[in-house]
Design a protein around this ligand. Structure first.
Ligand code: FES
Length: 325
């Protein structure tokens, strides 16, 4: 592990449905809330079937200063189980949470800020929008949703940003024009993106093509988004003489660790690359859901991030870097 979480007891103290599929959770740590900055997240221990797993959720600044954390969770019925657990919680239920971490920090020195959210990817950007609402720099938030009813936090964002909020509703406006968004960013401006993997890959490709500094593109993804539906598959590790079943609702990393395979991990969001394994062969396409590997590496299919990526069925044969101490 890259760092250790400090776990604290907390309780769910308020719940609110803010769209048909997104619920806002108010979480109150037992011994007081730590300070945090826009882009931060906390980890929560969830129960998935009989297992304890960890999920990461962005902290949301709704403009209320108090002793609570707030997160928003989209229910994904065919996901890996974390959102179903969160949605099963009631007020006063006890949970375990980590201290806040920030791997998606908002810089203070950009010449302009362009924020792009796809669906529930709005969650880390809400706090950034709040922080930038009084900025004297150009700020633009492009918020893509499929239907108008899915635009969680839309009213709040409008209050803070006014015309600087551009809501794009797929049903009414068609898909986001990613190319024009990337081209509109000034040469020293920063672009912050959170959304499904396809959106991140498209933006990243255009950004590289435009030859802008890579450090000015900052992004975060959510682990559930892939190119294929999650389904069961097998992982073979000849060196360890193991054949491991990965259920549709479990990550490959969790299934391997449960089977006693030593793997390093940190972010569990496909961002840090610590969980990368070597792919020896695969019978079905690999569904790369990370933002760590390059497009070229994904096309080569010789590595995959076990925390989020998976096989679209069949069997994938791998080797792991971990050789013990
Ligand atoms: S643990 Fe970070 S990419 Fe998998």
């Amino acid at each position: 592990m890259k760092f250790r979480d400090h776990w604290v007891n907390a309780s769910v103290t308020a719940l609110e449905n803010i769209s048909p599929s997104i619920k806002l959770f108010q979480i109150t740590p037992k011994n007081g809330r730590a300070s945090w900055t826009p882009g931060s997240n906390i980890r929560i221990r969830v129960r998935v079937e009989d297992r304890s797993e960890i999920r990461t959720y962005s902290l949301i600044d709704t403009g209320v200063e108090d002793e609570h954390y707030r997160i928003a969770v989209r229910l994904i019925e065919d996901g890996q189980g974390g959102s179903r657990y969160m949605w099963s919680l009631n007020e006063n239920d006890l949970i375990e949470i980590s201290q806040p971490h920030n791997h998606f920090e908002l810089s203070r020195y950009s010449t302009s800020y362009t924020l792009v959210a796809g669906g529930v990817g709005i969650t880390p950007l809400v706090s950034m929008a709040k922080a930038l609402s009084n900025s004297d720099k150009p700020v633009r938030l492009i918020y893509g949703v499929r239907t108008r009813s899915e635009a969680a936090f839309g009213d709040l964002l409008k209050t803070w940003l006014g015309e600087r909020l551009e809501l794009s509703v797929g049903d009414e406006d068609g898909p986001l024009d990613i190319a024009s968004i990337v081209n509109s960013v000034d040469k020293n401006g920063e672009l912050y993106v959170c959304g499904p993997i396809g959106m991140l890959e498209a933006i990243s490709k255009l950004w590289r093509k435009s030859e802008r500094p890579l450090g000015l593109l900052r992004y975060e993804t959510f682990a559930a988004s892939g190119h294929y539906p999650s389904q069961e598959f097998m992982v073979e590790i000849p060196r360890l003489n193991k054949l491991v079943r990965v259920p549709a609702h479990q990550s490959m990393l969790a299934a391997l660790q449960e089977a006693g395979v030593e793997l390093m991990s940190d972010c569990k969001r496909g961002e840090c690359g610590l969980c990368v394994v070597d792919v020896v062969s695969t019978t079905e396409p690999v569904d790369h859901r990370d933002v760590f590997l390059s497009a070229h590496q994904k096309a080569e299919n010789r590595k995959l991030c076990a925390c989020v990526s998976r096989s679209a069925g069949g069997t994938v044969t791998i080797d792991t870097a971990y050789r013990g101490l």
